[in-house]
Design a protein around this ligand. Structure first.
Ligand code: NAP
Length: 338
């Protein structure tokens, strides 16, 4: 790490084109430039771990969203963790560990106010991009503030072995719910039941989802935490209870579409059941992150919550590694080690 830090050469991926369908290596330009020296109020950070998130695919598209698209020629946006190497900002010193939107690059120079200092003595660094970071806050606030599960209710979650889904299911168990996860493949299904304590798993790639939902949710679905959209959302809607809550967290099955997004055709289940379907964006809870992180850290320390990271070595692998999210090859929170 030190030679990358001391010569301050910045290896970076910039968006070259707006991808059509799945991301390809040609959609990016890889460059090595001298890192920019920090100006007043800025810090220079040696990036160590980069969070790879399904949302990055959406950030590459033109159009209105909850955040500006990444511009053509700009460094690809990404949440990341690193160590301050130079500081011209009060309260930040070399050696401080920070998280922020550092980007897909080895050295980031940015406003210190856009970074958060973390106490790297409290947990392994990748955890600050996982259970203690954005996916953890998404699971915590998405489930508790939007899903509002009550003890004894049935909670179903898709992409259940992934970064957000695995945490959602475990928090729902902590809250006394009956929890069913959908995941692709036997290994992920075994993991969520045997290691994470879900009540049941459905392998959506090899099992009939509607029939398996009927078997595993005999009392119907009270909360569906949707990470995938598409057919699975429709299958869950068909089995919701009176006053069910559907949390629209993501729709990864639709992100690479070159045709219009497939909307739910079973939406009248919301009317019949006086149910609520609500979108959530984790950033809306930023003022409450301390509360969320404290709860997650407490459960981790008490052994009630497990966090699994899938760490891939090498910044240069970025375009291919990102694609693992869409093929299901990641097993746990996908992180790139710089
Ligand atoms: P993740 O679950 O760790 O990885 C993505 C997983 O999605 C893959 O491992 C794969 O698992 C599954 N998947 C991929 N294509 C699929 C398809 N066509 N149908 C069904 N499943 C598919 O990723 P994550 O970071 O936790 O994100 C999960 C979801 O949460 C995403 O939709 C993301 O956009 C969303 N999210 C939203 C917010 C927010 O603020 N709203 C914040 C963070 C994340 P299998 O092997 O099981 O198929």
């Amino acid at each position: 790490m030190t030679d990358k830090m001391t010569d301050h050469q910045n290896r970076q991926f910039r968006l070259a084109h707006r991808p059509v369908g799945p991301v390809r290596r040609e959609d990016f330009t890889f460059r090595v430039d001298p890192a920019r020296a920090p100006e007043a109020g800025e810090i220079m950070v040696a990036v160590e771990y980069i969070s790879l998130d399904p949302a990055m695919r959406g950030w590459m598209n033109e159009g209105r969203s909850y955040i500006k698209p990444v511009g053509i020629g700009e460094v690809m946006r990404a949440g990341a963790l690193g160590t301050v190497v130079e500081s011209r900002a009060a309260g930040f010193s070399p050696g401080d560990v920070v998280t922020g939107a550092l980007g897909v690059q080895s050295v980031a120079t940015l406003a210190a106010k856009d970074c958060v200092k973390v106490d790297a003595g409290l947990a392994p660094k990748p955890l600050f991009l996982s259970a203690l970071g954005m996916p953890g806050m998404t699971a915590y606030f998405g489930l508790l503030a939007v899903g509002e599960p009550k003890p004894g209710e049935t909670v179903v979650v898709s992409a259940a072995a992934g970064a957000v889904g695995a945490l959602v299911g475990q928090i729902a168990k902590i809250k006394g719910c009956h929890v069913v996860g959908l995941a692709g493949g036997a290994a992920k299904c075994r993991y969520i039941v045997d290691e994470l304590g879900f009540d049941a798993a459905i392998d959506y790639k090899s099992e009939p989802v509607p029939a398996r939902l009927r078997e595993t949710c005999p009392k119907g679905i009270d909360v569906y935490f949707d990470n995938v959209g598409g057919q699975i959302l429709d299958d869950c809607l068909a089995q919701i209870n009176l006053r069910a809550r559907i949390v629209i967290c993501g729709a990864i099955s639709q992100y690479n579409n070159t045709t219009p997004v497939k909307g739910p055709s079973n939406y009248l289940a919301l009317l019949v059941n006086r149910a609520r379907m609500q979108g959530m964006i984790v950033f809306d809870y930023a003022e409450r992150y301390a509360e969320g992180a404290q709860a997650m850290a407490g459960w981790l320390a008490a052994g009630r919550l497990k966090s699994r990271e899938d760490i891939v070595d090498g910044l240069e692998t970025f375009p291919d590694t990102l694609q693992k999210l869409f093929t299901g090859e990641n097993f746990g929170k996908l992180i790139l080690k710089v």
